[in-house]
Design a binder for this molecule. Structure first.
Ligand SMILES: Nc1ncnc2c1ncn2[C@@H]1O[C@H](COP(=O)(O)OP(=O)(O)OP(=O)(O)O)[C@@H](O)[C@H]1O
Ligand SMILES: [Mg+2]
Length: 413
């Protein structure tokens, strides 16, 4: 059991590069925390500083309120599960799992080693494989052996660095569910690094989004999705990603490429004095007016469909627009930050699969202006973030986490 606190953590590598820049985070006992962000944003570096494999340049790392910056990895009692599993090929599954307990400094009696290994094996459904060698196991089974090794140590926390990235999509899905179940059952503090959206959104109690070594936002998946603090988080979380559209402020109206809408009440004060802003619209918030009658207060517009993709349970339509040169720079920069594939001069909408929109023809679409987010083009700040709603989401997710932990403890399995 452990509470892990990062206070203004900085990592400057020998060449002067700041890979992690002033990151502060409070990870609660039993919490499942995800680190997510584009390649090179400092996820692994942060994790390695927590486990003790990398020196901390400045700031404080605390475990249960005690500063551990100078403590050797073995004295931190954290278990790291690596991407390549680090299993010993000449040892059996049983010996691999028991390995950390056989080390000199552990002093665990032999019958206790047997008990812990059996328990971990049964938890991980590896009992029938205990006498096999890692080479003869599937990727998922090897992954479980690596986790078994972390479990027998009775470590205070689990740290994972992209543990599933070597596995194929199907197995990744299965392992994801297993890790989530196991974490809840054990109620053990966990930090999990990934750049996979689905893993980030489904596994974590909270997700810390990093960009170039700087923490952007740490919140529940729902809060990141519904109340992102800035353009980067809004664009990073969600698939297909949020559309970003240039918008001109004209009195109390916003002129978008496809239509003109009233400025949302929440953004009025923040928009005073601004000429151009960036509007964010999630693909699923635009609907086909020929399938659903547009409710009062929604904005109906016509637009020519470039490409459609019908997937059975949903349908995407791509609609081109003319980029506004005044915000093009910001959008291009954002696209680079997000590892994008180039300027988006089209927006994508996620329509009902029954929609009959046709490529090359005009479609009648609509959206509720209340679903728009408005961003400052210079700072990227979300001007429509509802702090009160965000706080509600945070307390609801914290309550759900506590309940899940309690449930896991009371059922004792
Ligand atoms: N030993 C090192 N010396 C100098 N720079 C380093 C070193 N290790 C990492 N970096 C730099 O620090 C930054 C963060 O690296 P890190 O490995 O933490 O990224 P990451 O978020 O885990 O990325 P990925 O998703 O690709 O694994 C990168 O820009 C990287 O080039
Ligand atoms: Mg990494």
């Amino acid at each position: 059991m452990a509470q892990i606190t990062l206070k203004n953590i900085v990592k400057e590598y020998g060449d002067g590069f700041k890979a992690v820049n002033d990151v502060s985070l409070d990870i609660a006992d039993g919490e499942f925390m995800i680190f997510v962000g584009p390649s090179g944003c400092g996820k692994s570096t942060t994790l390695r500083m927590v486990v003790g494999l990398e020196d901390i340049t400045s700031g404080d790392l605390e475990i249960d309120g005690k500063r551990v910056n100078e403590l050797a990895p073995k004295d931190r009692n954290l278990a790291m599960v690596f991407q390549n599993y680090a299993l010993y090929p000449h040892l059996t599954v049983r010996e691999n799992i028991a390995f950390p307990l056989r080390l000199n400094h552990s002093n665990v009696p032999a019958d206790e080693v047997d008990r812990r290994v059996s328990e971990a094996a049964s938890l991980l459904e590896l009992t029938e494989h205990l006498d096999r060698k890692p080479a003869n196991l599937s990727g998922g089974q090897r992954q479980r052996v690596a986790m078994g090794r972390a479990i027998v140590r009775e470590a205070d926390a689990f740290l994972f660095d992209e543990p599933l990235s070597n596995l194929d999509a199907k197995l990744r899905g299965q392992m994801r569910t297993e890790i989530a179940r196991l974490q809840r059952r054990l109620g053990i503090t966990t930090i999990y690094v990934t750049h996979d959206q689905t893993e980030a959104m489904t596994l974590g109690d909270r997700v810390a989004v990093l960009k170039k070594g700087v923490l952007q936002q740490c919140a529940s998946p729902r809060e990141l999705y519904e109340e992102p603090v800035n353009l980067f988080v809004a664009g990073f979380i969600g698939s297909p990603p949020m559309n970003f559209l240039p918008a001109k402020v004209k009195g109390d109206q916003l002129e978008l490429p496809m239509t003109t809408v009233p400025i949302p009440e929440a953004a009025k004060a923040a928009l005073a004095g601004k000429e151009v802003v960036i509007v964010g619209l999630r693909p699923e918030h635009v609907k086909d007016a020929d399938v659903t009658d547009p409710p009062a207060g929604t904005m109906v517009f016509d637009a020519v469909v470039d490409v459609t993709e019908w997937l059975g349970n949903e349908q995407y339509a791509y609609l081109p627009f003319d980029p506004d040169p005044t915000v093009q720079h910001t959008l291009e920069e954002l696209d680079r930050d997000l590892d994008g594939e180039g300027m988006r001069t089209q927006y994508v909408v996620n329509l009902d699969p029954r929609s009959q929109v046709v490529e090359g023809e005009s479609a009648r679409l609509f959206f509720d202006p209340a679903t728009m987010m408005v961003f400052d083009p210079e700072t990227g700040k979300n001007l429509t973030r509802d702090e009160q709603h965000a706080a509600q989401l945070a307390s609801r997710s914290e309550e759900a986490r506590r309940k899940a932990l309690q449930r896991a403890k009371s059922t004792g399995n």
